[in-house]
Design a protein around this ligand. Sequence first.
Ligand code: F6P
Length: 326
Amino acid sequence: MATVKCIGILTSGGDAPGMNAAIRAVTRAAIYNGLAVKGIYRGYKGLVTGEIKEFKSQDVSNIIQLGGTILKTARCKEFTTPEGRQVAYDNMKAEGIDALVIIGGDGSLTGARIFAQEFDVPCIGLPGTIDNDLYGTDTTIGYDTALNTILDAVDKIRDTATSHERLFFVEVMGRDAGFLALNGAIASGAEAAIIPEFSTEFDQLEEFIKSGYRKSKNSSIVLVAESELTGGAMHYAERVKNEYPQYDVRVTILGHLQRGGSPSAHDRILASRLGSAAIDAIMEDQRNVMIGIENDEIVYVPFSKAIKKEKPINRELVNVLRKLSI
Ligand code: F6P
């Protein structure tokens, strides 16, 4: 039998569409199981400053469709120090919180792992990031919505690229992962994707130009994953201007619009299932795991694996893109 009576929930790091659906699911599943729920505002910062409020079922009404996070989010410096974490722990105890559910990406789950180890606090993580870069789950909350936002943008860019017969480099987010760029390229019918995973393997621009896209097309769209490893879209536009001046090149950086918007059905369902499973995990006395979904099954992934193990790019997708962009 679980000894937890009250859980705290927070969202941390970059926001992602579907975080609200996850807050709703965790809150409702906890109340359904007889647990009290406290919402912690502004990520770990709220634990340090004591911005904490009791959540009832109606506090999470009408939020499943909203982008962003009603709990706000932040990247908290104090929580990276032992002193800051001690204050956070003291506040948590003063509020009667016995366990935490953390919705966030890599950095947020790293914070959870350290906190759990230091103070023996049960922490359950939910993968919330548009980057899809957490190991042990097929997709992360927000990734599907961000992909759809990219498609919407690329479809529009395609119109002007075709009219002017131009080569467009469209930069998408992903931090150091190429999931948004690669799958965004496949789904939008783009001609290529430049991703960090291949940056040290070969010259992706050269490969694209040498593939001879001009043979059958007068315009092209290349999705570039932001990252120090790729150098970003501007870098490739400069290179084309210098090395292949015959091309009329333009750049679009999609930026933070990829983080907003109403979550897709996929992200709402994912967030609801993961949120509900987070409470199952607490009731089963699980601790220090991220909840994921792999092959449609709920899985518990130790923080150490979710954060540290690199999630590989599926090479079959790369081949599909190559074949279909001739
Ligand atoms: O991790 C999500 C993400 O949107 C990354 O794709 C991006 O690199 C980063 O956050 C941007 O962070 P910020 O909103 O702090 O500029």
